[in-house]
Design a binder for this molecule. Sequence first.
Ligand SMILES: Cc1ncc(COP(=O)(O)O)c(C=O)c1O
Length: 526
Amino acid sequence: MPDPVTIPAHGRPSAELLAEVAGLHEDDLDWRGGRAFSLVYNPDDDDLEHLLEEVGRRFLHENALNPFKYPSLLRMEQEVIAMACALLGAPPRAGALTSGGTESIFLAVQVARDEARARGVAEPTLVTPSTAHPAFAKAAKYLDVAHVRVPVGADGRADVGATAEALDERTGLVVGSAPCYPYGVIDPIAELAALAAERGVLFHTDACLGGWLLPWWERLGEPVPPWDFRVAGVTSISADVHKYGYAFKGASVIAYRSRDLLERQFFWYDDWPGGLYASGTTAGTRPAAPIVGAWTAINRIGADGYLRMAATVRDTTRRFAEGIAAIEGWPSPIPRHVRARARRRSHRPSAGGHRRGGRRHGRPGLAPRPPAGRPAPHGVPVPRPRRRAVPRGPGRRGGGADGQPGRRRHLRRRGLSSGLRSVLGAVLAGASRRMGPGIDKALVEVGGVAMARRVADALRAGGAEPVVAVGGDRSALGRIGLDGVDDRHPGEGPLGGVCTALAAAERAGRPAWWWRPATSRGSPAR
Ligand SMILES: Cc1ncc(COP(=O)(O)O)c(C=O)c1O
């Protein structure tokens, strides 16, 4: 190999390259030989393997960035998400397909960080057992969140008492694994999630390994401690299809207790000349093959196949455990350094960032219960948020950027609530600012037909013509002069009805403008 390697002056023949690639590959891990651990989840099924190669090849060059150009990908992605959500006990549309466990974990941390900030916690922390996958430390680093690592107990599982002591008013996300990678043990998820819920904090189960295995393990009659959305306080779960879902690499699911939480990871941007840019996960351009691979693997294997494969994994695990136990002088499956650490456990979180500005409580480490507040959309009581009802900016008060106190008075006369008035004030101010003189239509996402009518009336009174309403009963919306888009329709795309609505408006040659009320879904889109 020349050093440094440079682009060859002339292209090389395909046959020569194929031979070189094959030669290089020879030294790689032989996962079919049965001696590979974890990197490749071998289904030991030639037909499945060839099928996945074939569908992957067909979609190798496609781009899943814009689902509206690929109805096939859109449908398969939605179906994978729906099937995963059903498996985990999440609502059918409260998930997203990501490139892998690390991305799923990143998104869960980002959603929790933003949710905590919306509750007024300026610098939220992430609390994990010391056995949590490094993806959490990585997410904490990239997302600038302090990471509190809590030593695990002598059995390798998260220590509930030590975790309780590590929680404080800055805690934004608590994590447990099902199972953790280092020891393959399942943390006491129910107890950990209860700690989080008591404090109004989100809880993530990292089931990257177990998400596609434990449900079948349980159906086989094996004792499985609770870990999925049947546990009340669990608010998000990562589950990798490219592990025990037996799809090829690049497929994981991040699922949330509610669609509302999922939407906090969506990204919307239209402040550039290229039009609306929207994405549901961190990637821009997305490979299509993992979507098709995941869909094909799940459908080809089916529930009966997953049960069979789970039984094989279980039986193999037992044989390993029995074999290890039979080795003379083998002390314990838990490594010595963990036992030693558990003995001298200090209950002190390890991250320096944790102490930064964090007030400790009278009772060491125990956070007070949050003040009684409204229930959060995901069902966990949270303190009343300190966030602003409308984005700051010109027109926040009175008549709006365009100085139209008349519109506000009009809204007040219509008997609208003060919350809705401020939302509509922002809509109208934004509408005049963003839409410009040539555009007089607005697309508004609202909850229900009654709300749509009120928003539409107010927009019309303010001189804007709403064209599309998202959600609600389409025929009822038609009667009030709005095109309805059913946001429960399976073909709507990963970002929900808004994308469909915008695409429909665009196809019909109608200018559309979309605004998301800050009060209903957390951070405003813009
Ligand atoms: C428990 C657990 N969480 C997260 C991950 C990270 O997944 P990925 O490597 O797909 O990013 C792994 C990977 O092995 C894991 O075992």
